[in-house]
Design a protein around this ligand. Structure first.
Ligand SMILES: Nc1nc2c(c(=O)[nH]1)N[C@H]1C(S)=C(S)[C@@H](COP(=O)(O)OP(=O)(O)OC[C@H]3O[C@@H](n4cnc5c(N)ncnc54)[C@H](O)[C@@H]3O)O[C@H]1N2
Ligand code: MOO
Length: 404
């Protein structure tokens, strides 16, 4: 209690650096299983690309002036003998290796056969084959370490000759939900609300590249139950997210539990509205490697603010990725500031002109505005968002096609 809230940008830098310093070691993973992992070393090509001169059309590989006498055929996958004499040609398929000695490739549709079986036609001026190393030279770095492995990268690695890649695997995340008032099924009422975080938070974590595993909740509102639940979650997770209990109410046990577990705070409260009681702490793991606990406030929108504010840069660090760069949007309407605190205001971004429109129903206990938003406009301390102002956007990690 009593710690001064950390500036929002400073808090993001602190957790990113803490994550990066504790990134789990690189592992060698079969190429087909690397989607969503992160390159632990630069992707350098193991061969020239292409590795051999490759015909880019179906036609005739010719030597010298025509008409040409047909001396053979080369299909993709074959290794042709050299074209030894001027006036000779081999039939060639797209992707086949160009025979040594060939001086041009004539497209089949631009060729004709003479009565005595010779091939004639005029090859185009530009080469109709891909030269070795045209795309990349052997040993050239094509992607830096820290790049997320996506299908595009997997394809490139395959064409460069990789069978496995040195990568960092997706961090494993656990979720503990605190709050005896929470119902996990049925209608809210009589003092009890539905748990609105236990179901969506794993899905948000997955979109940040984490692998959500252990989910437990509601955890009983006692200190021993909290300590026990965190200890169990640490066993199989790099990151434990908790929801609720970040304040100092009669049944808020998170801070005492962290003390009992020997945790140290990376960030304890952030100068941001909503969501200021958010925290990230480092807990010694059973193997000596630190684990992280992200304390998300109980108010549902505040919990997601904590997720985009702290969990996103922490996971980027743990994966050895660059720290997230925020895009800019133009405010379509005024958004008030929050004095000395950063204001994260839910907005919907116009897909055509990129302007950001504040949405309604944005109380920290509400999720109606969030479900219709693309992210949060960032209004820095001491400023207010005027219409037309360019401000950073913290995007919700929505996939293509998921935008509301
Ligand atoms: N005396 C003060 N009290 C509070 C302050 C303050 O400055 N002084 N700040 C408020 C703010 S801001 C927030 S945010 C909350 C944070 O509280 P906790 O993280 O300790 O969360 P809880 O007390 O457990 O719950 C708060 C609220 O959220 C509801 N909740 C909790 N978990 C869930 C869930 N999984 N799904 C849906 N709703 C959930 C819970 O029922 C409470 O209504 O503290 C304020 N208090
Ligand atoms: O900061 Mo609380 O998180 O406003 O709801």
């Amino acid at each position: 209690m009593g710690t001064a809230p950390v500036d929002w940008e400073e808090a993001r830098s602190l957790v990113y650096a803490a994550g990066l310093a504790a990134a789990p070691p690189a592992v060698e993973v079969p190429l087909g299983e690397t989607d969503g992992h992160t390159l632990a070393a630069p992707l350098t090509t193991l061969t020239d690309l292409p590795a051999f001169p490759t015909s880019s059309v179906d036609g005739w590989a010719v030597r010298g002036q025509g008409p040409w006498r047909v001396v053979g055929r080369v299909l993709a996958g074959g290794t042709p003998p050299p074209l030894a004499d001027d006036g000779t040609t081999v039939e060639i398929a797209t992707g086949a290796m160009l025979p040594e000695g060939a001086t041009a490739v004539l497209r089949v549709e631009e060729s004709s056969r003479t009565g005595d079986g010779l091939v004639s036609g005029t090859p185009r001026a530009q080469a109709e084959w891909r030269a070795p190393g045209e795309e990349a030279r052997r040993g050239e770095a094509l992607m830096p370490a820290g790049s997320p492995v996506n299908p595009g990268v997997i394809g490139l690695a395959a064409s460069c000759g990789y069978d496995t890649l040195p990568v960092r695997r997706p961090p494993r995340a656990a979720l503990l939900v605190f709050g005896d008032e929470l119902l996990t099924a049925g209608l809210p009422g009589a003092g009890r609300v539905r748990d609105a975080l236990g179901t969506p938070v794993p899905a948000w974590l997955r979109r940040y590249g984490a692998e959500p595993g252990h989910l437990h909740g509601p955890v009983e509102d006692t200190l021993p139950a909290h300590v026990d639940a965190i200890r169990k979650a640490i066993e199989g997770a790099d990151l434990i997210c908790t929801t609720g209990g970040t304040m100092h109410g009669p049944v808020d046990h998170l801070h005492p539990a962290l003390a009992e577990l020997g945790a140290e705070y990376v960030v304890n409260t952030v100068a941001v509205r909503p969501g200021f009681p958010m925290l990230v702490a480092r807990i010694p793991g059973p193997d000596g490697r630190p684990r992280f606990l992200a304390g998300l406030p109980g108010n549902p929108q505040s919990a997601i603010v904590a997720l985009v504010s702290l969990v996103a840069p922490l996971l980027a660090g743990l994966q050895g990725r660059p720290s997230p760069v925020l895009p800019c949007v133009t405010l379509a309407e005024a958004v008030p500031g929050r004095g000395d605190f950063t204001h994260l205001a839910l907005v919907r971004v116009d897909p055509v002109d990129g302007t950001a429109h504040p949405v309604r129903h944005v109380g920290s206990a509400m999720l109606r505005g969030l479900a219709q938003s693309d992210g949060f406009a960032v209004i820095r301390p001491g400023t207010s968002g005027e219409p037309g102002a360019q401000v950073p956007l913290v995007p919700l990690p929505l996939l293509n096609g998921e935008r509301p």
